[in-house]
Ligand binder design. Sequence first.
Ligand SMILES: NC(=O)c1ccc[n+]([C@@H]2O[C@H](COP(=O)([O-])OP(=O)(O)OC[C@H]3O[C@@H](n4cnc5c(N)ncnc54)[C@H](O)[C@@H]3O)[C@@H](O)[C@H]2O)c1
Length: 505
Amino acid sequence: MTHPIKKIAIIGVGVMGSGIAQIAAQSGHITYLYDAKAGAAQQAKQQLAITFQKLLDKNKITTEYADAANANLLIANELHDLKDCDLIVEAIVERLDIKQSLMSQLEAIVPETTILASNTSSLSITAIASNCKHPERVAGYHFFNPVPLMKVVEVIQGLKTDPKHIETLNQLSRVLGHRPVVAKDTPGFIINHAGRAYGTEALKILNENVTDISEIDRILRDGVGFRMGPFELMDLTGLDVSHPVMESIYHQYYEEARYRPNSLTKQMLEAKQLGRKVGQGFYDYRTGSKTGETSAKVAERLTLYPKVWIAADFEDDKQLLINYLTTHNIQLDVGAKPQADSLCLLACYGEDTTHAALRLNVNPAHSVAIDMLYGIEKHRTLMPSLITEVTYSHAAHSIFNLDGAMVSTIGESIGFVAQRILAMVINLGCDIAQQAIASVDDINAAVRLGLGYPFGPIEWGDEIGSNKILLILNRITALTSDPRYRPSPWLQRRVALNLPLTFTT
Ligand SMILES: NC(=O)c1ccc[n+]([C@@H]2O[C@H](COP(=O)([O-])OP(=O)(O)OC[C@H]3O[C@@H](n4cnc5c(N)ncnc54)[C@H](O)[C@@H]3O)[C@@H](O)[C@H]2O)c1
């Protein structure tokens, strides 16, 4: 791939700057290292030499490759040494005034053709460029930690950025081995924006006392396939990082309900219960490993099971349940209305059991709802109503544990755990597309590579069934009146026209 970037400068060679310098030098670019702290650039170069030696020891690179990468790294003692660089990437302290002043200083040194890029996570590129004589040369170039392993980079188009520079950065990214995703200069860009649903909705579920943290983590990790549950993830990232991001995006979008943070993480932050790094977060790590996890409940086998009457929003769910129940010799009640002592199994979407039972005109005391959004192969979530008799909730738990699969029984929630989280993730992805912050392909790739979700949010909606996602959101909105759950017009129109969510004109 051809691109005009030969010489790159990295300003600020801390965690991020060193990582960017590593991939720049490894891909054959002359890479200058500059840092305001005396000796920091030299130290970063030495540290990178150790990194290359480790890669050599593991046979991941050759001696020639390591020598070339080392030779590509040059120390700049003053900003003036960067005068003939084609690209300068700043990864200095996250302060708008300091970044603005650096950009103005650089403009006085480099030719007009030099691209000035910022690795900022949370500041506006347009604001960083606002004091520049040529704001069209300023772009965002947002890498993720650790840079060599996180193979995605957000290329941010400020209000005045020249599109030809975006194209150049795209091409360079591919040479660096990263997938570029182009985003408009908006709060959180793509990845920190799309990532707002997972943690905030999990916190809201916890706040509503639906179930405990390990059960929520288990449902999302083992049932849905997220690499980590939301509480495990927040413990790993640290609340000193994740809580301020939640607050910042919420405020930058003028208190948009979709991003609403939670007072629980604020309080934990105040108590310095930040997560793994301090030994205590949502879980306890003080013994050296994770504790405080509750284990999945194993049901006792019953000698007698009630007949099961099924109501389902979707016919395919009903069929799956009938197959499971008949395979395990559970008698079905196939009447139009349930018999007086039947267990009413409600495969509902976006409701709690109380509301589903009342809508269907069946006895809430004999009702248990089941989440069918992700099928019943790996994991099952059951939800008795507030007044479900214990014999019925035990029977349901036991029936769905007959083949040894994991079963979570949760308290009443308007929409189950997986339904709420997935509907929020997908809806947020759709809204990012609706705002034309990025293309559908880039949103999907950014979320897969940057957040590690099994699918991008928009392709995920098609995979699960966008009509199911819309039903969840519509029902939750109707029952809670919370604008947080209102469906994006992107989702509404495509479901109405029976088009895939990935459809664009
Ligand atoms: N750490 C992350 O996970 C992460 C991820 C993506 C983006 N970012 C962004 O990258 C930037 C750097 O973050 P970091 O975590 O690498 O920080 P860091 O503290 O590890 O490194 C910053 C470096 O910049 C130097 N520096 C500070 N002010 C300077 C100046 N005026 N001129 C030259 N050098 C200066 C410091 O001496 C330090 O070496 C920030 O804008 C941050 O928002 C961080």
